[in-house]
Design a protein around this ligand. Structure first.
Ligand SMILES: C[S@@+](CC[C@H](N)C(=O)[O-])C[C@H]1O[C@@H](n2cnc3c(N)ncnc32)[C@H](O)[C@@H]1O
Length: 230
């Protein structure tokens, strides 16, 4: 999710809060462009109004596509699907035997995602479960390994999702966590709302976790990548 959304040529796009418009346009101008299905999904989502800001940014979608294409996960999980932009990016990069489990609580928003999975020809690769993500993760078979996870749902749940996923992460697996900069609020001592505090605590938790290596990237609203080291 990004803070600044702009309308350009009928497409809504999202600018990282720390980039000025010119620089962001330059970055988008030198990044692979969304295909027709993705452009249509951006437009459809923008018609939902303010909630459309929850969609990952275009450059972040390409970034997800790249890392998933490199990892070639057999089993990927997305926590927080909304209208499907990030899941489309992930599903398009899966190898032929790859599957994506999408977790969300909204029938309404994910019905848009389901339509676009069909349009993009990736519906067969995706299982959607409508339930709180902690239940969906808890219901996975004990021996089910996760090769890639994208966490982008309720911020108060991040630590629990992370703790559920880390023990299941395969040797080559990665977790990507969105919104870790929370539009810069993480470094503003005057801000102490619940979501900001949750993200700060979550970021500290990951940094102090000696099971993993992590890197916080200034992509979109901040994206942390996590890999198990033991
Ligand atoms: C920021 S949006 C996800 C955006 C999406 N990744 C994209 O690129 O369009 C967050 C989503 O998390 C979902 N969500 C909120 N609480 C949840 C929970 N407890 N379990 C699963 N999903 C949840 C919301 O319904 C919403 O669709």
């Amino acid at each position: 999710m990004q803070n600044n959304s702009n309308i350009s040529d009928g497409n809504t796009y999202h600018r990282s809060f720390f980039l000025d418009e010119k620089l962001f346009e330059y970055i988008l101008g030198h990044t692979s462009q969304p295909d027709e299905t993705q452009k249509s999904l951006i437009e459809t989502t923008s018609r939902l109004g303010r909630v459309s800001a929850m969609q990952v940014a275009q450059d972040q979608g390409v970034f997800l596509y790249m890392i998933v294409a490199a990892i070639r996960p057999e089993f990927a999980v997305e926590i927080g699907t909304f209208t499907g932009y990030s899941s489309l990016a992930i599903a398009k990069a899966l190898p032929p035997n790859g599957k994506l489990l999408c977790c969300d609580v909204s029938e309404e928003w994910t019905s848009v995602a389901s339509d676009y999975w069909k349009k993009a020809g990736v519906a067969e690769k995706i299982d959607l479960v409508i339930a709180p993500a902690k239940e969906t993760l808890a219901n996975l078979p004990d021996d089910k390994k996760i090769d890639f996870a994208f966490i982008d749902a309720d911020k108060g749940g991040y630590k629990e999702y992370y703790e559920q996923i880390v023990p299941r992460l395969s040797d080559h697996g990665l977790i990507a966590i969105d919104n870790v900069l929370w539009s810069g609020r993480v470094v503003d001592p005057k801000i102490s709302d619940e979501d900001t505090v949750s993200i700060r605590n979550f970021n500290d938790h990951v940094y102090q976790d000696d099971r993993v290596s992590s890197v916080m990237l200034s992509v979109g609203d901040g994206l942390t990548l996590v890999k198990r080291t033991n």
